[in-house]
Design a protein around this ligand. Structure first.
Ligand code: IMP
Ligand code: MG
Length: 182
């Protein structure tokens, strides 16, 4: 159905349903307390857009741009921040949103940066969690789906900036997993 994918792991309907459930879990936890959402972009853009519209608690939104994948399916360099947040989160309830928990290095880096800003609370919400032995131990507060250790794209997840617009989450064909391939 999608020529770039070997296999569809999560359908549009499953994403929609799980996103609604997560929005409810988050709204139930925070109630009327305002949440300062920090979205890790670019990967979490689409998930953040959909999830936020299912949250009934008041929300402020900012983004942090972090990069570690350099046209490869494994991290090439330690994650580094390309663009930091502008919101003042001191004394605020911060919820980090990311697309996928893989090695744990990206989220750990963002948690370190945001902890320094003295938020009232700091939690995280991951659309996906890969079943791997993580080099950095990290436990996310909200997880959408647990997936096998395969390189996936779609619904915001990319390879070299591509395939973010595919509405499902699926395994990228191995022959497309190198920069020279396309
Ligand atoms: P970590 O730092 O290894 O936990 O990886 C987190 C980041 O790596 C995510 O925000 C994604 O941008 C990227 N990433 C990890 N696994 C995948 C994948 O299977 N497909 C696309 N991007 C991935
Ligand atoms: Mg990425």
């Amino acid at each position: 159905m999608y020529k770039e994918l070997d296999d569809i792991l999560i359908t549009e309907e499953a994403i929609r349903q799980r996103t609604r459930e997560m929005g409810k879990e988050i709204s139930d936890l925070y109630g009327d307390e305002e949440i300062s959402v920090i979205s890790i972009i670019n990967g979490a853009i689409i998930f953040t857009a959909d999830l936020l519209r299912t949250i009934t608690s008041p929300v402020r939104l900012d983004c942090i741009r972090v990069s570690s994948y350099r046209n490869s399916t494994t991290p090439q360099v330690a994650p580094h921040v390309l663009d930091n947040i502008k919101l003042d989160v001191a004394g605020r309830h911060v919820l980090i949103i990311d697309d996928i928990l893989d090695t744990g290095k990206t989220i750990s880096k963002v948690v370190d940066i945001l902890s320094e800003l003295n938020p009232a609370s700091l939690r995280s919400c991951m659309l996906l969690e890969k079943q791997v032995t993580r080099s950095v131990k990290y436990h996310a507060d909200f997880v959408g789906f647990t997936i096998p250790d395969k390189f996936v794209v779609g619904y915001g997840l990319d390879f070299a900036g591509r395939y973010r617009n595919i509405p499902v989450i699926g395994v990228l064909k191995p022959e497309l997993q190198s920069v020279g391939a396309v």
